[in-house]
Design a protein around this ligand. Sequence first.
Ligand SMILES: *Cc1c(COP(=O)(O)O)cnc(C)c1O
Length: 399
Amino acid sequence: MTDWIDAERDVVFQNYGRQPIVLERGEGTRVWDVDGREYLDFVGGLAVNVLGHSHPVVARAVADQAGTLIHTSNLYYTKPMIELAQLLVANSTLDRVLFLNSGAEAIEAAIKLARRWGHDERGGAHHIISFNNGFHGRTFGALAATGTARYREPFEPLPAGFSHVDWNDLEAVKKATTDQTVAILLEPIQGEGGVNMPDDGFLPAIQAWCRENNLLLVLDEIQTGNGRTGTLFAYEQYGLDPDIVCLAKGLAGGVPIGAILARDKLAAHLVPGDHGTTFGANPLAAAAGVATMRHIIDEELPQRATQASERIRERIAAIEDRVPMVTGLRGLGLLLAITLAEDVSADVVVECRERGLLANNVRPNAVRLMPPLNVTDEEIDRACQIFEEAVAAVVAARA
Ligand SMILES: *Cc1c(COP(=O)(O)O)cnc(C)c1O
């Protein structure tokens, strides 16, 4: 295994702090490294592997499509792209889909659509309000919207027209709104920022503010979408009626894809020549998306995510009683963060990995869990047991 890690160091940009394991194969919630060690994967490719690793439904769709037609460009129509759009439209409140290749690209497209609308309908209003600790991606527009200064500052100047206010601070949103404001962009639950929940009533109040001021409500559901929070989209649970929804991560079960959804009238503002991408919903990615979305819907996996979440909540509550370092659990469905009394999450993640559990230290004092929606009860119990042992080991090492 160290051979591969040494080889990577010689030839690959060193821009990631990777865990020192080389993964080779996966099945469901389990992955194996090149030495044959097995792990329970509660990172799930960063909330991507909604059906787990190499789910037969996705693997078959990709293999069949690969042998039929992989890529055509958007100069032509292809069936998988249209089928995936039909599925998204039939199962959302929105009318139309624009396909991209990643989360950041979905955000870029949403920014361009919002600005195009502002140009056409709002006298050139273009300013976008987003939130501190929010995460929208690493490209320039998405980075300008991202609410973590240390991600932005080394790359300034960024595109103008973005401001950030504190999460759950409605008054700050109101203060930041001007006649140049065109949209409010937010994650219903902040994922990378630490699984930060909206306060009761916050999201509906933001929506009311948008309506009152003729602003677009743009939801980044790249992490919360595709069934993860217990409904196909998180906005359903908050009574929201968004103008634009951004998707990526889980949409094609692990194959790179991105998308934005909007209603007819808004979507019509992007005309031929305004935006495009060579790969967007190419047949391979779109076929994976169709297989993934159909399976999520047909197997009622959002409901399964809620059941699984309840089981994790019970197990973690029990651990809280036994291990004072563990202080709670936040999140919704299978987007969860276990909170710790001290900044030991990086050590806990290492101890988990050594015991065969992959988890993510999303904050210095919080461990994020994003298992597949079809995770089994046995896998949850085993993962929680490993987590408890890992925390105990970290506490013992510090004593
Ligand atoms: C991951 C993520 C992005 C960026 O997606 P990429 O595919 O990495 O560009 C944007 N927004 C949210 C909420 C995300 O979780």
